[in-house]
Design a protein around this ligand. Structure first.
Ligand code: SF4
Length: 396
């Protein structure tokens, strides 16, 4: 977790705050920090930097607004589209402001064309993924914020990759722009529509890349030409429980929804499932989540991957209910998620009757809980699996 100070710029943002480093360490990929930085994109620049870069190209200040309008308003980055800009400089403009940051490797379609999972290659050959899910009343894009993840949860495919690097705001926002354009242009089953919701639940721990994630959140929610105009209330930022990140996000005063991946109701069990718990335990995480609710007035989502025989029994549901009710009523919404297991792993999905029992116990205790939709589970929908497989294929 970064503190955002200048001296942190040289250190990788890894989700770790200063403190007892013995308690938790990021799992780093062998490629960690060996890559350069992604090319700088319009959205990575401050307003002054944009003006300075335009000046280098001999363009007056007002052109910067036109460029932002193309990007955020019309979702365009191709020079042919910039007909309101001098033809001679269009190529240079694209090079200076819109370097290609994500390149589709492959995509998989499921749920009659309403779920599209895309694997992207970044400038350094890294892979990340995003998933577009269209519902009757909304369209949600699940995006990645890091290449791999350093949190080391043993049941998770992305965790197996380790952390390679943080993504830039440009790389994060490009996932949004492309999806918004696909929706606008009717490329998703159901005809033209609007991308309405964003969830930071793809690869990575968003709080481990706080600066870029926050910059992306601001630019997703601002109105064109400053952003894509998707309401902050329709953005969800997830975390495995990086408490300083939760507190910092609360202090920003942006009404995004917070999702906390709890996965276990006790420290003994969570220490095993979520190594970060050794750094910030369940009490610290729930305290911070409840404080987030108090300051944002947004109900917090508690994500809970149900794993057969491990965390899905009646005792776990009862303890979870007790711990949440300790803070009062109606402040959290639990999303039990049927685990999409990694092949050959000992962590596997719960039995349907155990899922139902888990839900029933929460409901009886007055807690709202809905079994999370496992959209795309037939296309390797668990976080990180597509990238993990491709990585293996490339390595082979
Ligand atoms: S479950 Fe989330 S936090 Fe844990 S390793 Fe996977 S992506 Fe990272």
């Amino acid at each position: 977790m970064t503190t955002g100070h200048a001296q942190d710029a040289e250190q990788p943002e890894t989700g770790i705050t200063p403190g007892d480093k013995g308690a938790f360490r990021d799992v780093l990929s062998k490629d960690h920090a060996r890559r350069g930085k992604p090319p700088v994109h319009l959205v990575d620049m401050t307003p002054d930097e944009r003006i300075a870069r335009a000046k280098d190209l001999g363009l007056p200040k007002f052109r910067v607004k036109q460029l932002a309008n193309h990007y955020f308003g019309r979702l365009e980055t191709e020079s042919e589209a910039f007909t309101d800009l001098p033809a001679a400089t269009r190529g240079d403009i694209v090079e200076a402001f819109f370097p290609p940051l994500i390149d589709e490797v492959t995509h998989q379609v499921a749920d009659q064309g309403t779920t599209i999972k895309t694997l992207w290659r970044l400038f350094d050959g890294s892979h990340i993924e995003s998933v577009l899910m269209r519902y009757p009343d909304r369209t949600t894009l699940c995006i990645s914020s890091q290449v791999g993840c350093g949190m080391g949860c043993p049941f998770c495919a992305t965790g197996k990759l380790g952390l390679t690097r943080n993504m830039s705001a440009g790389e994060i926002l490009e996932q949004v722009r492309v999806a918004a354009r696909m929706m606008r242009d009717g490329e998703v089953t159901g005809g033209p529509g609007r991308l309405s919701n964003i969830v930071f639940m793809g690869m990575g721990e968003p709080m481990g890349n706080y600066r870029s994630v926050l910059s992306a959140v601001r630019q997703i929610s601002a109105m064109p030409p400053e952003g894509f105009g998707i309401s902050a209330r329709n953005i969800t930022v997830s975390t495995v429980g990086v408490v300083p990140g939760i507190r910092k996000l609360a202090a920003e005063g942006i009404p995004v929804r917070l999702a906390v991946s709890l996965h276990a109701p006790s420290d003994a069990l969570r220490d095993e499932l979520v190594p970060m718990n050794k750094r910030f335990n369940t009490t610290q995480v729930l305290d911070a989540a409840h404080d987030y609710f108090l300051s944002s007035k947004r109900r917090v989502s508690i994500e809970y991957a149900l794993m057969r025989g491990i965390n899905d029994q009646a005792e776990h549901a009862r303890l979870l209910a007790k711990r949440l009710n300790h803070y009062g009523d109606d402040w959290a919404h639990v999303n039990p998620i049927p685990l999409n297991p990694i092949e050959g792993s000992r962590w596997t999905a719960s039995k349907p009757e155990d899922e139902q029992q888990f839900l029933d116990i929460l409901h009886c205790a007055g807690i709202t809980a809905t079994l999370r939709d496992t959209r795309g589970s037939d296309i390797d929908g668990a976080c990180g699996q597509l990238a993990a497989k491709t990585k293996e294929a490339f390595a082979a």
